[in-house]
Ligand binder design. Structure first.
Ligand code: 13P
Ligand code: SF4
Length: 321
């Protein structure tokens, strides 16, 4: 505890010295989220992380999350220094959508508008017409569909299928998945709901379709947090990374939040509902990143690639302010 307090004090001092701000995702450790709030940084979903980093006056952004979030920040503000606690924190969606194969997929379907999820590399974004996050994907695809566009969607198949069902848009789908959300189990969730019949079920749309079908609310992390505040229920079963409980509990201290089951037998698997890459973010690593920067912590994006990737990202940010 003493060491933790020292590290937190060190981070606060470094944030000031380096004119830096901490931008954290809801899936990071509660202590990181609390520190971001306390120091005037932000804790949010991937869309608001991008917006906050782009609009903030700080010269240095320290992004606690996974690599695509740091890359997005760098693409949007190439003149800023963007640091991450570790550059090893990736995402199964990013890994599952390598640029060579993706590019060939796009080339094979030149008549389609390319819409990619933010959980992708800078190179994949540079090949896209639109970047979307889960909180804005539905609106953007709806808009494109109304304009008569046919869509090539990548990489998350579950989010894609959900949006396809909601909008009726013509979407050709890349078959990627999130290792965390793909694990939520339908039968076990139905069983858990029988134990808590009064509970509302909140589901992130990266989860399989059968799990999404059981939901009372479906949405991005920020949309699920909002639903946890607005729905009248006292109990919630939540199908997304358990990092989100920190904010839900903080906003509704008297409500009861339960993890949706990830193991088929109904037991909650402690290591499943938490992203292994989000878990790589720690206080010591944040302090080291701020102090040393450099190879192990600084995000670099090829400037020409970044310039191309900035266009579909800016399109997203301007779509709905
Ligand atoms: P959102 O916070 O945008 O809902 O994204 C979820 C996610 O998977 C981030 O890794
Ligand atoms: Fe990627 Fe899933 Fe982890 Fe989000 S929770 S960073 S989508 S692997």
């Amino acid at each position: 505890e003493r060491e933790k307090a020292d590290t937190i004090a060190r981070i606060k001092k470094l944030l000031k010295e380096k004119n830096a701000v901490l931008v954290a995702h809801y899936y990071t450790d509660p202590e990181i989220q609390a520190l971001a709030e306390e120091t005037g940084g932000c804790v949010s979903d991937s869309l608001e992380m991008a917006r906050f980093g782009a609009n903030h006056a700080a010269e240095t952004l320290i992004v606690a999350g996974v690599k695509f979030m740091g890359e997005t920040a760098k693409i949007l503000t190439p003149h800023k220094t963007v640091l991450m606690p570790t550059l090893e924190a990736t995402c199964s969606l990013d890994i599952g959508c390598p640029i060579e194969e993706f590019s060939a997929f796009c080339d094979a379907h030149p008549d389609r508008t390319v819409v990619v999820y933010a959980n992708t590399s800078a190179a994949v974004k540079a090949r896209a017409d639109w970047v979307v996050t889960s909180s804005i994907a539905l609106d953007i695809v709806d808009h494109l569909d109304a304009e008569g566009e046919k869509i090539l969607w990548a990489p998350d198949q579950h989010l894609g299928n959900y949006i396809q069902k909601q909008t009726g848009a013509d979407m050709l789908m890349w078959q990627g998945a999130c290792v965390v959300h793909d694990e939520f189990k339908t039968k076990a969730l139905e069983d858990l709901k029988k134990v808590y019949p009064e509970a509302a079920i909140l589901v992130h749309p990266e989860s399989p379709a059968a799990v999404v079908e059981l939901a009372d609310a479906v949405g991005s992390t920020s949309q699920l947090i909002k639903a946890s505040q607005e729905l009248p229920n006292d109990t919630f079963i939540v199908a997304t990374d358990r990092g989100i409980f920190y904010k839900m509990q903080q906003l509704s201290p008297h409500k009861h939040f339960i993890e949706a089951p990830t193991a088929g037998n109904g037991a909650t698997c402690r290591s499943c509902a938490h992203c292994p890459w989000m878990a790589m973010n720690g206080l010591v690593a944040i302090a080291d990143a701020l102090e040393h920067g450099g190879k192990a912590h600084e995000i670099h994006v090829d400037p020409a690639l970044g310039e191309r990737a900035m266009q579909p990202l800016t399109r997203m940010l301007n779509f709905k302010k």
